[in-house]
Design a protein around this ligand. Structure first.
Ligand code: ZN
Length: 270
């Protein structure tokens, strides 16, 4: 069960101070209300030991949770990290002082744990869409949002249209349709709604190929030649059934999506 406590816009710090007192071995995220932590260049959310003095607002004592900052508290680093992924699609930054004092940063799995982050971003996207759905009464708008929900899940009209173009996984030849995943080439989070439903932004892939493509461990050149990240050594390429001579037929209308994937998703470095 979640034991996350969020202290935001509080009348005073009493509840927060009480939590710190009762959970002196816990952890706290400190986040500025007007900054956007989902920005990759932003150092928030920052994680501290509950007793870190950096958490106090030196200029304005007693305003830890009443002013510009809010606090997210838990006894579990994993839980805070999951919260951050869910909310901002981003991991945590350790406070430098707390790191020196032994903050267990090795527990911060970050983007390396592909399955967790991918499941969390799916959950978060669906959550946002369902929230939008709940606030709409107009039936056309509702249908549009429902179509988007299905597309995010790789179902519905998006899947049907992509399947028409790829009745099998173009890399492995796998044609057991229930196993094929309707993957977005340009990631969902970076797309506008039109791009999210565009069948030319889709590929049917075998599950392990979808994981490779989605996490940027493979991509494709303009002529369709596969590019494999140096993170996948030749031994593992064999195990995955991929090799540098694989070539994909790229349709002209898909070119811009593959270009985005190549430049922004692919993991070039070791
Ligand atoms: Zn700290």
């Amino acid at each position: 069960m979640s034991d996350i406590k969020i202290f935001e816009n509080m009348p005073n710090d009493d509840d927060y101070n009480k939590w710190i007192e009762e959970n002196s071995n816990g952890f706290v995220l400190n986040i500025h209300l007007r900054r956007d932590p989902s920005n990759i260049h932003e150092s928030h959310p920052r994680i501290h030991f509950a007793n870190c003095r950096q958490l106090e607002n030196i200029n304005n004592p007693g305003s830890s949770t009443t002013g510009d900052y809010f606090k997210v508290c838990s006894n579990s680093i994993e839980e805070l990290e999951q919260w951050s992924w869910f909310k901002y699609q981003k991991g945590l930054n350790p406070c430098k002082i707390c790191k020196k004092k032994g903050l267990p940063v090795e527990q911060l799995t970050g983007i390396q744990n592909f399955q967790i982050t991918s499941a969390l971003s799916l959950k978060s996207d669906i959550y946002k869409l369902e929230k939008r759905l709940a606030s709409r009464a107009n039936s056309n708008k509702r249908t549009e949002i429902e179509t988007l929900i299905k597309a995010r899940l790789g179902q519905g009209i998006f899947r049907k249209n992509v399947l028409e173009q790829y009745p099998s996984c173009p890399l492995t030849g796998l044609d057991i349709q229930p196993l094929l995943i309707a993957s977005h080439i340009k990631p969902w989070s970076k797309c506008n709604n039109e791009e999210r439903l565009d069948p030319f932004n889709g590929l049917m892939l075998a599950p392990h190929i979808d994981a490779l493509f989605d996490s940027g461990l493979i991509t494709f050149e303009t002529d369709g030649t596969i590019k494999i990240s140096p993170k996948i050594d030749p031994e593992n390429q064999k195990r995955l059934g991929i090799s540098p001579d694989i070539k994909l037929k790229i349709r002209p209308k898909s070119k811009k999506y593959f270009e985005y994937h190549r430049n922004h998703v692919f993991q070039k470095e070791e």
